[in-house]
Design a protein around this ligand. Structure first.
Ligand code: ADE
Length: 550
């Protein structure tokens, strides 16, 4: 508001000023001023030395209201020998004075002009403002605004000037209004987003009050009645049970569309679709590091089952690491977000503090992690996910079998010796797999020194090693992917490698929790400044206390 006042004030002032000026441009007093008020003294000696002084005042102390309407103020300066005099008077502008017509009476100030008078120096001026014949100007330059020429110039330029001021102030107003609108839009959006985040986390409470925490999204399944208007595009992935497509989700009644990912299961893979749909349908799963689920559909005509989710153009982490060497900052972002995603999956509370069913992923690997545009991770492919419901019996858990991808299987999974009495065991197997993914990221980080081409963990094994060969490496040889000493020249990498080793411990109980890994990454935020120092005084952050002894 304050900013708006500025141009409005100046615009008003200038417009008003222009009008007043224009009303005076003929130099005549306006219609409200009837008679002139002038100095009115007879010849008086003066010490005003005319042109030498530039300007001077008369000594006249008499002010008169001129007797006639047409009278203007006049002053005459004379010099004869050494006598200098000044005469002030009112005089009718249409009549001669000392043989001269007054041609400058429109002036507001008295600008002396020399006239040729034999035997003396003679200067005369006339003007039309109150007592304007008191202050006499001898300088050759007329005071601004008094010359008719100047007036003409000013009058002709004034509309242009006013127009320019109007244009500038209109533009200024427009900019100010626009900026304040943009700002308020931004604030609204920010508030909206914050609100959305809060509501993502917290408004679910309303659902919880009515149902259990496994309540599904209202739109989690389209029962064939109204299928979404989706046009499939390229295939972007292929898993054991399904294929993933980039697709266009059309906006109703417009050409616009949203890009989504569609995971298509053949009819025979119904069980896998159902499992993933049920996992996604727990609204408490929603998290920035878990793939955002939109809906599930039974496409009966095509004998297919669909899961529709957010689309991430950077693709999965394995592809990303194959084609990109990452920086320490990237490693910190990718690793920290991966750990936060797994921690959320495993947690029995939402970030808002409400109860949630913990979930074990059971197939964590770099191809089941997507890279978002901000270079954070989100977990995907919950086809083997297991809801660690406290009501699950040991038999039910036991029946869930040895599942996952052999390359990423924890030692206890490889030998089918999971402690089924404790749901934490399933989380511990995920943490082992996560360690291998963290190792893959680290192996492609330029902070380790020389970076080799991407290789999966236990890369020397064939493309899809079977359980038996993994048993040889992981159980018999107690082998783990190599962490060369040369990686240890960066303090951040040192902490990451220490964390990885704490996560792939042979003893599941000795492994860190995903939450602890997330906190370690948090604490590493400032280690970026220590890049390339092999011998630093700086302190390595301590482990979070809850993880001590883990
Ligand atoms: N590959 C598998 N799922 C994907 C997704 N949601 N976005 C991009 N690529 C994917």
């Amino acid at each position: 508001m304050e900013r708006l006042r500025f141009p409005v004030f100046w615009c008003g002032t200038i417009l008003f000023g222009s009008l007043v000026f224009i009303s005076h441009t003929d130099g005549r007093p306006n219609m409200y001023q009837l008679r002139n008020v002038c100095k009115f003294c007879d010849l008086q000696p003066t010490d005003c030395n005319g042109t030498d002084s530039g300007s001077c005042f008369t000594n006249c102390s008499i002010t008169a209201i001129c007797p006639q309407d047409d009278d203007v103020c006049v002053s005459i300066w004379r010099k004869k020998d050494d006598n200098v005099t000044i005469e002030t008077l009112c005089h009718n502008r249409s009549q001669e004075l000392y043989g001269y017509m007054l041609d400058d009476y429109k002036n507001r100030k008295c600008q002396m002009k020399e006239k040729k008078v034999p035997g003396s120096q003679f200067y005369i001026c006339s003007c039309s403002e109150e007592e304007c014949n008191h202050h006499l100007f001898f300088s050759p330059w007329a005071p601004p605004g008094d010359s008719p020429f100047m007036s003409v110039i000013l009058v002709s330029l004034m509309p242009l000037f006013v127009l320019a001021v109007l244009v500038v102030s209109t533009f200024y107003c427009y900019r100010v209004c626009r900026q304040s609108k943009l700002k308020s839009d931004w604030e609204t959006r920010k508030r909206g987003r914050r609100g959305q985040r809060d509501s993502d986390v917290c408004n679910i409470m309303i659902d919880d009050d009515r149902s259990d925490s496994s309540s599904t999204h209202a739109n989690s399944l389209n029962h064939n009645t109204e299928l979404l208007p989706i046009e499939l595009d390229l295939q972007v992935g292929k898993g054991r049970f399904a294929e993933v497509y980039k697709a266009k989700l059309k906006q109703s009644a417009s050409e616009q569309f949203e890009t989504v990912a569609v995971k298509i299961f053949a009819a025979e893979e119904y069980a896998s679709w159902k499992n993933e749909k049920d996992i996604f349908s727990d609204i408490n799963l929603k998290h920035e590091n878990v793939l955002h689920f939109l809906t599930a559909e039974e496409r009966k005509a095509e004998k297919q089952y669909w899961l529709i989710t957010a689309y991430h153009p950077r693709g999965n982490l394995q592809e990303y690491l194959t084609h990109h060497v990452i920086s320490w900052e990237d490693l910190w972002l990718l690793g920290g977000s991966l750990a936060r995603g797994v921690a959320h999956l495993h947690s029995d509370l939402t970030p808002c503090g409400r109860p949630k069913v913990p979930i074990a992923h059971r197939d964590l690997k770099s191809s089941n992690v997507l890279v978002k545009n901000d270079l954070t991770c989100c977990l995907c492919d919950f086809g083997l996910g297991l809801r660690l419901d406290s009501s699950l019996s040991v038999d039910e858990l036991a029946n869930s079998g040895q599942v996952g991808t052999a390359r990423y299987m924890a030692p206890e999974v490889l030998e089918s010796r999971i402690n089924l009495e404790n749901i934490e065991s399933f989380k511990q197997t995920d943490v082992y797999s996560m360690a291998l993914v963290l190792w893959e990221m680290t192996s492609r980080c330029n902070a380790i020194g020389e970076v080799k081409d991407y290789e999966p963990p236990f890369g020397k094994l064939r493309e899809h090693p079977c359980v038996e060969s993994m048993k040889d490496s992981v159980l018999r040889d107690r082998g783990r992917p190599e962490i060369p000493n040369s990686w240890m020249n960066h303090q951040g990498i040192q902490v990451v490698c220490g964390t990885i080793e704490d996560c792939w411990d042979h003893d599941p109980e000795a492994r860190l929790t995903a939450q602890c890994v997330a906190e370690r990454f948090n604490d590493m935020e400032h280690l970026d400044k220590l890049s390339d120092r092999s011998c630093s005084q700086e302190k390595i952050p301590e482990d979070c206390s809850v993880c001590e002894g883990k």
